[in-house]
Design a binder for this molecule. Sequence first.
Ligand code: ATP
Length: 549
Amino acid sequence: MVQFPHLLGNFTNSLQTHHLSRAVVMHYSWLLLLVGVLYVLLYGFGQLRNGQLGRQFEYELRKRLFGHWESLSTAYFRKRSIGDLLNHALNDVRTVREALSGGLNILTNAFFLLTATLIMTFRTVSPKLTIVSMIPLLFLPLFVIWWGPRIRNASRRAQEALSDMAELTEESLSAVRLVKATANEDIEAGRFETRVDQIVRRQMSVFRQSAMFQSMIPFLGSISFSIALLYGGYLTVTKQIQLGGFVAFTLYLAMIIQPLQQMGFVFNQFQRASASLLRLGVLFSELPDITDPAQPVQVDAIAGAVSVRLPVYRYPDGDRDALVNINFSASAGETIGIVGRTGSGKTTLVNLLPRIFDPPSGTVFVDGHDVRTLPLQTLREAIAYVPQDGFLFSTTIRENIGFSKEAATEEDIIWAAKNASFWNEIQEFPEGLETVVGERGVSLSGGQKQRAAIARAFLKDAPILILDDSLSAVDMNTEKQIIRAIRDIRQGKTTIIIAHRLSAIRHADQIVVLDDGELIEQGTHEQLLEENGVYASMVALQEGEEALA
Ligand SMILES: Nc1ncnc2c1ncn2[C@@H]1O[C@H](COP(=O)(O)OP(=O)(O)OP(=O)(O)O)[C@@H](O)[C@H]1O
């Protein structure tokens, strides 16, 4: 590119000295064409390569981010909203990619163009004129130092506001049924508008800072241009340089105005990207708090004996003890029922077993091994857990049930669905097992969702099965069928059932009663009835209600 002004300068000199013949014109035309073709080829290749590298970088970064999130514990996801995390994965990663691929491309082009231009003007026109004209550009670093942090901060604040909006959008869309049912659309729309207004204000601040910064750089270029005209004109008139040299010099200057503008744009992009990089750095610096032990105990297979000797457990961010004085043991193959009022600590207790939350060392044991000393993979593979909300993925029933076993066959899935008393209903769906359940299973009833999740856990066929209030949405007959299936297919395997309806745990080998985080009663159904304590009064109350119903 930088050959253009030089060739045109020589052309002007030939014109001035009347040496211009048809052959000379053809010579210059061919040379200019050649320069043009070379430029297009090199520039095109550079653009393509940069684009490819940028996309690859974006893909790798998102993959690493996802891998990192998968290694973090549940406690982390209580602190950060899904919307915020999504904003990091989408907007921050994209901002960094744009700066790296597009920005580096432009910066490389601009750098070479500027350097080559300076060398050419220095060598072929006039070193004096080059130095004098470039003085204003020395102020460029000062502008970067002044505006850089301002743009970076404004950009960080804009990204934070975007995260807020993503969080609100995620929340509002998840709660859309509730919002509609309670006719609260106006309130929701108002909340959304407030956030959007905040984002627009913060983004306007980024644009203001960026626009001012970007316009300053061409302004410096214009000052250079004025100096070149004045001083170059003087040198030409006093015959210190040729007219062709002067023409070439002004063309050179005109040529570097655009790269200068682009450099402004790139510096601006870099500042925004560094704000996003800082935000991503904070995510990556979060270390997994539940990890494999340094020297894990190696076990061949887990039989399923469970024992808890827990003086006290408090959540990492909790302000009170969630569990106190919990002591019980069950041999492999036993069924344990856990009951207690809402908020009494039932879910907390079972969450400690697969280390969803970490118990203190030496308090929770599987087959006599402290769960914190077992390899995490071994421990979690030995436990099938159906959480309270029976989470489903937005895919088919077949994939939802088959999720727990990699090579699940059609027979396996049907077996699991039958035992979860779900198969008859699946057969009635027009698409059968291929029915898509919608996001988190929205197109299924509460009871159907629970049974799909139970079938998934049955299929895993793990030594320990935990059902966390997983039968709450099914009717009593279906509950009976499922309990019968559990007693049948889980023979010799440990099963822990949390239930509010006591009929679901009546058959358990032992029942643990929790109250306000404390284990207050323990025994079989018959023993606890004999004790005539809290459990017995719960049974009496429920039997009374059932009789009334
Ligand atoms: N992740 C958490 N961080 C801090 N506190 C928590 C957390 N999860 C639960 N809690 C608190 O621990 C206590 C016990 O909650 P838990 O969910 O174990 O009760 P639960 O008996 O399973 O209740 P429910 O029958 O309503 O499901 C409650 O006071 C609850 O607020």
